[in-house]
Design a protein around this ligand. Structure first.
Ligand code: TRP
Length: 529
């Protein structure tokens, strides 16, 4: 099934991402996924696995990355993200994330990134890794790119990510300041206020609207030892844990150090097991254990067992789907590829606009072609009517002009020639090409040429006739070699003079004291160059 794109009024857009830490635990589920699953029904949702972000800290050992991505993907789908209702994808499968991150990096001041509180905190916490890197400093900027690429209305995140969304808003403001269409506003204040017109980004035409945080109401979910549930603390219950494992883990859960003997009453408000009941048990069970605990009527064992049962009730359907999906990796991957296709379409739409305003568009419009006196785009370059007034020019000048037209307009664009001397060109493989031009000699169907008496591998003859057409003959040496050698000797230091004549629709090259050479079939034949 593909995401629903048929609605006429667009739904507000939501975007969020999660790092691929491997199988998700209850904290990940309650802190994000559970909320995302609900949002997908009412919003246009984009949810992704932030694999590039994982590399900012784990670049030295990517060996588990792919498996982790897959495990998170399975958890996403098992927990109820429906690829028919929202776009689920892998960050790096939409390369526009990386592209936009790079563009943002051009104008983001270092100070903005150094001041993000998670930067120093994380560096401290992950001391065993070298995080004095460019990529790690840019972590929240990559996140800004993730977000702004889709221009979402809302970004559902936990409290720990608020500073990153704040940075995102700042980046959007700066981007708009630099590149969004401007409107003119009266200057504010000052003695000459009415004179000082200023510009500011037009609020109706902002390229990157600032998104809002949608703070995920995250219930307090402790780990087995009472600290925050976290994979790195080894205190987690995973969505993929079997029933018995959950019961076992819960059996060992901390009660917050209360009830030194089971005859002592406890306080569920400060007990991690109490927190679990509040989140996962139905209200009747929750009330029962509260009453039991505060009166020492229920043993901790039993209370923990009941919490375990409640957790299992919640995660059992997820596990059933998980088991199914885990046996079909192809289907999981295909679902994410489909998600990436939709995400790419949305991302590319934004990138097109962004490339356009940053000078990177592939669209040629806006490029001013250099003005050439000889416009190559004339419909029929061999019709010289537009140069008719040249016919009064001196033959040498006329000839030079014709050669120029020939080179700019008639010579096939892919044929590369290097000018060597007046009227002589070299092909790429160093063959000499003589180009000679003439207009029709009065009413005679004849053209007179004068060229330096040298050797040429090819002679191009340009004949401008009285119907204002130019005929261009590309004559190979083999057609004229023998008489040319003789004529060259005779001419010596003088120009070698010869003619082309038209007879019964055929063209003949006349060299002195030689038989006419039929050059008709060489017209416009540039293959030999
Ligand atoms: N930094 C987020 C976290 O660790 C993950 C993330 C990456 C994200 N890109 C995002 C969250 C974009 C929201 C939007 O949880």
């Amino acid at each position: 099934m593909s995401p629903d794109t048929t609605r006429s009024t667009p739904r507000p857009r939501v975007l969020s991402g999660m790092r691929p830490t491997g199988r998700l635990h209850l904290g990940n589920y309650m802190g994000a996924l559970y909320n995302w699953v609900r949002l997908q029904h009412d919003y246009d949702c984009y949810f992704f696995i932030a694999d590039l972000h994982a590399l900012t800290t784990d670049y030295a050992d990517p060996s588990r990355l792919k498996q982790n991505i897959f495990d998170v993907a399975v958890d996403f789908l098992a927990a109820g993200l429906n690829p028919g209702k929202c776009k689920v994808f892998i960050q790096s499968h939409v390369p526009q994330h990386a592209e936009l991150h790079l563009l943002f990096s051009m104008f983001t001041p270092l100070g903005w990134l150094e001041r993000v509180p998670t930067y120093k905190d994380q560096q401290e916490q992950l001391r065993e890794k070298d995080l004095a890197t460019y990529g790690f400093l840019g972590y929240p900027l990559l996140q800004s790119a993730d977000i702004l690429l889709y221009k979402p209305d809302f970004v559902p995140v936990g409290a720990d990510q608020v500073s990153h969304v704040e940075l995102t808003r700042e980046v959007a403001r700066k981007f708009n300041q630099l590149y969004s269409p401007k409107r003119i506003v009266p200057g504010t204040g000052g003695p000459n206020a009415s004179l000082s017109l200023q510009t500011e980004p037009d609020p109706d035409l902002l390229l990157l609207p600032e998104p809002q945080v949608l703070l995920t109401p995250s219930p307090k979910l402790p780990g087995l030892d009472g600290r925050k549930m976290s994979k790195s603390y080894g205190n987690s219950i995973f969505l993929s844990d079997p029933d018995t494992v959950v019961l076992q883990k819960m059996h060992g859960m901390s009660n917050g150090g209360q009830r030194p003997t089971q005859n002592d009453p406890g306080n569920p408000e400060i007990c991690p097991v109490g927190d679990m009941h509040r989140v996962f048990s139905d209200p009747v069970v929750d009330l029962m254990i509260r009453a039991g605990c505060t009166t020492a009527q229920i043993r901790c064992d039993e209370c923990k067992f009941k919490a375990g049962l409640s957790i299992n009730t919640i995660i059992r359907p997820i596990q059933k789907r998980r088991e199914e999906l885990a046996t079909k990796p192809d289907a999981v991957w295909a679902a994410l590829e489909t998600g990436a296709k939709y995400a790419t379409a949305a991302a590319e739409e934004t990138m097109k606009q962004i490339r356009a305003v940053t000078g990177l568009s592939r669209d040629l419009s806006g490029i001013r072609a250099e003005q050439s006196p000889f416009d190559r785009n004339v419909a029929d370059p061999r019709n010289l009517s537009r140069y008719r007034d040249w016919l009064g020019l001196e033959p040498a000048i006329l000839s030079r002009n014709l050669r120029e037209i020939w080179h700019k307009e008639i010579l096939p664009i892919e044929t590369q020639l290097k000018a060597e001397s007046e009227g002589v060109w070299l092909t790429l493989n160093k063959r000499r090409v003589c180009v000679a031009a003439a207009s029709q000699n009065g009413s005679d169907e004849a053209w007179i040429f004068a060229v330096k008496a040298k050797s040429y591998e090819v002679i191009v003859l340009l004949c401008w006739d009285n119907s204002q057409r130019i005929h261009d003959f590309v004559v190979p040496q083999k057609l004229y070699l023998a008489p040319w050698v003789t004529a060259k000797k005779q001419a010596g230091k003088n120009d070698l003079v010869f003619s082309v004549e038209r007879l019964n629709g055929r063209y003949f090259m006349h060299l002195p004291h030689a038989e006419p050479i039929d050059i008709t079939t060489t017209e416009e034949v540039y293959g030999i160059l």
